[in-house]
Design a protein around this ligand. Structure first.
Ligand code: AFP
Length: 341
């Protein structure tokens, strides 16, 4: 009998227990982060349940539609945003919220004020909702210095200053992947318990992968290094096998696969979108933080992604992230291009 495996089945490490264990390593900690995280987890459980029954509950479709009772139907991403904003504000631990769904940052009223700034995309990959393909929530957390009045500058910080980041993937199972700066840990929702259980401790991305992930429909507008890199994936000149292409079109799903199987995810700049498509604060930074913590790399085409300093809350950036060696290759192609100029 495999006693170690059995221990995993009977000694359940819930996310709350895991975070409390981590908290106990910091005697000065008052449990604020644990409380904040439990509110994020609540939002994810709600969205997971809503996504699972989206077709049945008629959550699919456009906001502004009415159901047979004449009640207004909310599109799933609008609903998810409302749930997260309310959960985060009611935690009493946040001061600024930046959501993909809201043009302006939300400054939390003083009676519910806390020290954390949360940037998030409540439902990323929304074009995949209506066909039941995996989608997810992405978040990053910054912390204010003690006693400081919150301003927008507190979220316009480089990603390397994030305290924690993670995502929840609503897929064939619901998985929550978290980093607080000491490794990456994956938890799977046990729907019968309503608890996220640690199933993937200390995730490490393979040093090199066999998969590349990109929207090749944009190829005609790519710059030379991206085009060269993808060509090398398909027609390697070093005797290795060509890489496989996988692309879901939901960043959470594509990054999750990259994290577990290795390889590279690219959303490059192109002639039509010189800054790429993905948003710095709540897509690029959290995923880059996770990938670095798992032993991979994240690069913008110019610099380490986590060194970027955003000037606007909804700023975009090109991104190449994944296995260490695969990202090294694209970095070398950009460096060679720069030398030519
Ligand atoms: P949607 O939320 O509009 O579906 O966009 C999803 C996303 O922001 C990200 O999750 C994907 O990686 C990326 O866009 C896909 O973009 P393309 O459809 O241009 O490939």
């Amino acid at each position: 009998m495999d006693h170690e495996a059995d221990a995993y089945r009977t000694d359940l490490m819930t996310m709350t227990r895991f975070v409390l264990n981590e908290q106990s390593k910091h005697p000065e900690s008052r449990g604020d982060f644990t409380i904040l995280l439990s509110h994020i987890v609540l939002g994810c459980k709600f969205v997971c349940s809503a996504v699972n029954k989206a077709g049945l509950a008629k959550l699919i479709g456009l906001a502004g539609e009415t159901n047979v009772q004449g009640e207004e139907q909310k599109k799933l991403d609008v609903l998810s945003n409302e749930v997260f904003v309310k959960a985060l504000v009611s935690s009493g631990r946040t001061c600024i919220l930046v959501s993909e769904e809201d043009e302006e940052a939300i400054f939390v009223e003083s009676s519910k004020h806390g020290k954390y700034c949360v940037v998030f995309d409540p439902l990323d990959g929304s074009s995949n909702i209506d066909c039941g393909v995996s989608i997810g929530t992405i978040f990053g957390i910054y912390v204010l210095n003690d006693g400081k009045e919150a301003t927008l500058d507190d979220v316009l910080q480089p990603g390397k200053n994030m305290l924690a980041a993670g995502y929840c993937m609503y897929g064939s199972s619901c998985m929550f992947v978290l980093t607080t700066g000491s490794g990456v840990h994956g938890f799977t929702l046990d729907p019968s318990l309503g608890e996220f259980i640690l199933t993937h401790p200390d995730i490490k991305i393979p040093k090199k992968g066999k998969i590349y992930s990109v929207n090749e429909g944009n190829a005609k507008n790519w710059d030379a290094p991206t085009a060269k890199y993808v060509e090398k994936c398909k027609f390697p000149t070093d005797g290795s096998s060509p890489k496989s292409l996988r692309y879901v079109g939901s960043m959470v799903a594509d990054v999750h696969r990259t994290l577990l199987y290795g390889g590279i995810f690219l959303y490059p700049a192109d002639k039509k979108s010189p800054n790429g498509k993905l948003r710095v604060l709540y897509e690029v930074f959290p995923m880059s933080f996770l990938l670095e913590q798992a032993g991979g790399q994240a690069f913008t085409g110019k610099e380490r992604a986590l060194d970027l300093v955003p000037k606007k809350i909804h700023e975009r950036s090109p991104i190449f992230l994944g296995s260490y060696d695969d990202v090294e290759e694209i970095k070398a192609l950009y460096a060679a291009e720069e030398k030519k100029e």
